[in-house]
Design a protein around this ligand. Structure first.
Ligand SMILES: [Zn+2]
Ligand SMILES: [Zn+2]
Length: 130
């Protein structure tokens, strides 16, 4: 006795039912061949493919070129000119007014910098006033 075979889509929907009559009409050998060669992509595979496709045609924000990017969030193509423009626009960390904890000098620096560097440097405890 051969039972009907249900074929499902990757999203879980029932695609078709192969009736037992159809199955018995096929030889087991040919059925095995078709099921082995026909593989539906999984949802994950479809998603990955979509991302790869999108990454292939990201438009550079500085030139009219479409480029293949490593990340979906990439915005500029690989040309040196566009990279430099991007760095000037987004790469520079805004500086802020600071007071050196060692010598109390006022200076402008990126948020990660704590010392004036003139002459106090990070961890240069020897130069601290007593
Ligand atoms: Zn570009
Ligand atoms: Zn200082």
């Amino acid at each position: 006795m051969i039972y009907p075979v249900k074929v499902f889509c990757p999203n879980g929907k029932l695609k078709k039912i192969i009736s037992s009559k159809v199955i018995t009409n096929r030889t087991w050998r040919s059925l095995k061949c078709t099921t082995a060669s026909f593989k539906e992509p999984t949802l994950k595979e479809i998603k990955l493919k979509e991302i790869e496709d999108k990454k292939d045609k990201i438009k550079c924000i500085f030139c009219p070129k479409y480029f293949k990017a490593r990340y979906l969030t990439s915005k500029v193509c690989k040309s040196a000119r566009c990279k430099q423009k991007h760095y000037r626009k987004f790469g520079a960390v805004p500086k802020e007014a600071k007071i050196c904890p060692t010598c109390s000098a006022h200076f402008y620096a990126t948020p990660s910098r704590k010392f004036c560097n003139n002459p106090c440097k990070f961890r240069s405890k020897s130069k601290r006033k007593k």
